[in-house]
Design a binder for this molecule. Structure first.
Ligand SMILES: [Zn+2]
Length: 272
């Protein structure tokens, strides 16, 4: 009997040790908390955004896709998700950024649809920040998307960040992460939808400039193009876009860049 107990205790200890190792492995690999994603459906209320084929309003397709994306992200159990708007209301650009920054979002994804006078222009493209537009079209886009522009969401803090070397380093790091996020989203759209891919571009877009988190802005397609607009008006096609974006966000969340970001974030949180 004694031997039996002894072996049972040994077995129990071994199992406990194994479990402890497993817990340690998971603790190292898994983020310490749910990942905060701020989903930003562009425009809303008095600001319709672009109006295209059959009077398709950008603000409507943005909101519907964003709501679907938020739902899919929540369903994974990995993310805490907030939206800058859940209905057809106007939200200023500074307020969109404040929502992300005050909440300390880990990721910021803005959802838009594109417009061009040339109705043949079509396809999806994903933006991350640059003070210099990647091409004249990107410069034009910044003019359109920044139309509801205002001053910085928090002027005092901007001066502080710009002056410190740490601020510059953090900004460079954030830009690298944003570039990775944008590339992952563009690839997911290319692989999982029939939208033609216009790739990744850079522009000085307000919401990308003023959010602290790695940020990307998705232009899902052109409301001015008949075929793209028909797709964006279709709930089943928007589902495909939302599904593709959700899978891209999950993939980005698994990247070494993001794991590092979360690790640094939890270390900073621990020292505060
Ligand atoms: Zn827009």
């Amino acid at each position: 009997m004694r031997r039996y107990f002894a072996s049972r205790i040994r077995f129990g200890l071994a199992r406990a040790a194994g479990a402890a190792v497993l817990v340690a492995v998971f603790a190292a690999a898994a983020p310490p908390r749910k990942i905060r994603v701020l989903v930003d459906p562009g425009h809303g209320g008095k600001d319709a955004g672009a109006i295209g084929w059959k009077r398709t309003k950008e603000k409507d397709v943005n909101l519907r896709t964003a709501l679907d994306l938020a739902k899919r992200l929540r369903e994974t159990g990995l993310f805490d998700v907030r939206l800058t708007r859940t209905k057809d209301v106007f939200v200023t650009l500074p307020n969109r950024c404040r929502l992300a920054n005050d909440w300390k979002a880990d990721l910021f994804v803005s959802i838009h649809a594109n417009y061009a006078h040339d109705r043949r222009e079509k396809g999806a493209e994903v933006y991350f920040l640059s003070d210099h537009a990647s091409d004249p079209e990107a410069a034009r886009l910044a003019e359109v998307e920044n139309a509801a522009d205002a001053g910085p969401p928090d002027p005092s803090r901007d001066g502080e960040v710009a002056q410190s070397i740490l601020g510059v380093m953090a900004r460079t790091e954030n830009l690298n992460r944003s570039s990775k996020l944008a590339a992952t989203l563009a690839l997911a759209l290319k692989k999982k939808t029939t939208l033609s891919s216009r790739g990744v571009k850079q522009a000085s877009l307000y919401v990308l400039h003023w959010t602290d988190a790695p940020a990307a802005l998705v232009e899902m397609g052109f409301v001015s193009n008949r075929k793209d607009a028909a797709r964006l008006r279709s709930a089943s096609f928007r589902n495909k876009i939302a599904k593709a974006l959700a899978s891209g966000i999950v993939e980005y969340a698994r990247s070494k860049e993001f794991v590092e970001q979360m690790r640094q974030g939890s270390m900073t949180a621990g020292t505060q």
